[in-house]
Design a protein around this ligand. Structure first.
Ligand SMILES: *[C@@H]1O[C@H](CO)[C@@H](O)[C@H](O)[C@H]1NC(C)=O
Length: 588
């Protein structure tokens, strides 16, 4: 009989090292046994922390940083070092973390990405995949370089219109990374199934082209046929690599491409655009919830939109779908919607210049009216929705009128950031004598009136897209028709509690988003199987149990039992006095 005392590290196979890197490498949560098995005993301080204690340490560090950018760098560094801990921290502190890992701080981070980006130590999603126009004809090969194989969701940008900041080229990587981290934090999508991608076709941003830190291609944007061919190749390569049902979310493309690509691909691939569809759904949800406060059925409301761009049209189209569901005819539903753009009310036979076909659907048979104030006065809407980024567009007159015309006027000032909002929460509440139901795109602080605290709702896309993505991934949805977003909006609106409504809130608290997204996914799962949109078979009978059983779990797994191909054939091991003792069992 021979006695082996193993030095364990060298026999950890490459695959296992890879798995280990997703775990808390050098994390103080390793138990003594694990430390010894890994050959890292003594390399860590003796006090062993539970994950809960680690969360405490992280939060202490987080608060120690004074600038939000530093907090971003710290917390994203944690994502790289210890994925599970990162997601536990973020999920437990969403209201605090959301503005750091996503807008507004992520925008700042993108602008400084050259400073932030370091050589990857591990390939967690904090890195992402860069595919450039020079990789044309080899996009599939580049995808094969990503070390994870079981990808279910891709968020992709070409960096042309990053938030409100403009063309950031490859610096835009922060956006897909941030969005996907919300897939996991808000909806429990498994992080190893997520892949952030930048398609670098160059940048037209002179500042970046001259920036010595810039990480992207130093050339002008490619457009036209070459751009389209590159996008086509990317889409084909993605499904070839990861399967037909791979969810591909488009993010922060320039407007001219965003709509075009959505129309082009939505019937061919499993794809959606959050800037367009997510925004529409979260707004529609707010409106649907407001109905419970105002008591006026949706189809008996009259909506005036300030703005007739893509956001307005997206929201209006969903509202029309919802009204049709209530039993209204399409014509009647459309007639409830009035849109005002920079040239006044959108009317049929508009004299000068006409209107685009998108807008034509919502053109009213009416004589031209020049200003929003006049339109409001004439139409006496129950709800006004601002999406044109014209600050102050909801004037004193308009707000006062809304208060006069309605018991509970609905006022949504959705333009971002705060400086672009159509009015402030305080203006809306004061001028309607505290009667209005108010929601905004950017957060506003609660307002106290006559001793009552009025809390503005914030229409944050994170209420919608993570839950939609979870359902799409789990049920193997092939296409994402508009109805999915309507169902998501209805599910979200249905989760606003009586208590929320009593406080004038049309969205659930941000901190509840994990449960909200899970419920959205469960509701969507029921819907997609009914509608024949799902491809995961056999159909799970209990949708709730099905969804909940698939959620990402932030608990550390003890990987000791299967860490190695262990014990090797013919060897039996025991753990004695701090050492692993292995004996050959075969009798020769
Ligand atoms: C160019 O990039 C910088 C960030 O480095 C950004 O602040 C600016 O808005 C961009 N300009 C345009 C026109 O996109």
């Amino acid at each position: 009989m021979r006695l082996y005392i193993f030095v364990l590290t060298p026999i950890v196979s490459m695959k296992r090292i890879w798995e280990l890197l997703r775990e808390p490498l050098a994390g103080r949560a390793f138990t003594v046994k694990e430390r010894q098995m890994l050959g890292i005993h003594g390399l860590l301080p003796p006090s062993i922390l539970s994950q809960g204690e680690q969360v405490f340490v992280v939060m202490q560090n987080f608060f120690r940083y004074e600038s939000d950018l530093d907090r971003y760098i710290y917390i994203m560094g944690l994502l790289e070092r210890n994925e599970k801990l990162f997601y536990r921290v973020v999920t437990e502190n969403l209201e605090l973390m959301m503005p750091i890992i996503y807008t507004p701080t992520v925008g700042l981070a993108c602008q400084k990405y050259g400073l932030i980006f370091r050589k990857p130590r591990s390939f967690s999603i904090s890195r992402g995949l860069f595919i450039t126009i020079n990789d044309m004809d080899h996009v599939y090969d580049i995808l094969c370089n990503w070390p994870e194989h079981d990808i279910k969701a891709i968020v992709v940008t070409d960096g042309e219109r990053i938030l409100g900041l403009g063309d950031l080229g490859s610096y835009g990587m922060g956006i897909p990374v941030g969005k996907l981290s919300l897939y996991t934090a808000c909806a429990g999508v498994k992080p190893n199934q997520c892949l952030p991608i930048v398609l670098d076709v160059g940048t037209n941003n002179e500042t970046l082209l001259k920036d010595p830190l810039y990480i992207g291609l130093r050339q002008k944007r490619v457009s036209g046929e070459v751009y389209d061919a590159f996008l086509d190749e990317f889409m084909r390569a993605a499904v070839k690599r990861y399967g037909q049902n791979t969810l591909i979310q488009f993010e922060d493309f320039g407007n001219h491409n965003a709509f075009r690509l959505l129309e082009k691909y939505r019937g061919l691939y499993c794809t959606f655009n959050d800037d367009i569809q997510g925004t529409a759904a979260v707004t529609a949800a707010g409106i649907i919830a407001s109905v419970k406060i105002t008591g006026t059925p949706l189809s008996q409301n009259t909506f005036v939109f300030q703005g007739a761009g893509e956001a307005a049209i997206g929201i209006a189209s969903l509202l029309v779908l919802a009204m049709i569901e209530e039993g209204t005819s399409t014509e009647q539903a459309v007639s409830r919607i009035w849109m005002v753009d920079s040239r006044g009310l959108i009317v049929k036979d508009r004299p000068k210049g006409g209107i685009t076909s998108h807008k034509a659907r919502f053109a009213q048979p009416h004589v031209p009216v020049d200003t929003l104030e006049e339109v409001v006065h004439l139409v006496k809407p129950t709800a006004i929705i601002g999406v044109a980024a014209v600050p102050g567009a909801f004037t004193e007159q308009i707000l006062t009128d809304m208060g006069k015309f309605n018991d509970r006027p609905v006022i949504f000032a959705l333009s971002n950031p705060t400086s672009k909002a159509e009015c402030t929460a305080e203006q809306a509440y004061t001028l309607t004598k505290g009667k209005c139901v108010f929601a905004s795109g950017s957060p506003f602080k609660p307002v106290t009136m006559n001793g009552q605290k009025l809390t503005p709702g914030q229409g944050n896309n994170a209420y919608i897209f993570p839950g939609v993505a979870l359902a799409v991934i789990l049920c193997g949805v092939r296409h994402i028709p508009e109805e999915i977003f309507l169902k998501a909006a209805e599910s979200l609106a249905g989760q606003v509690t009586k208590e929320n409504l009593a406080n004038g809130l049309v969205y659930p608290p941000l901190n509840d988003i994990r449960e909200v997204s899970t419920k959205i996914a469960i509701d969507l799962a029921k819907f997609v199987y009914q509608a024949g949109l799902a491809s995961t078979y056999p159909e799970p009978q209990d949708k709730e149990e099905f969804v909940r059983s698939q959620l990402y779990n932030t608990d550390y797994e003890s990987f000791l039992p299967d860490l190695y191909d262990w014990p090797p054939p013919g060897i039996q091991c025991t753990y004695e006095d701090g050492n692993v003792v292995c004996r050959k069992v075969s009798r020769i």
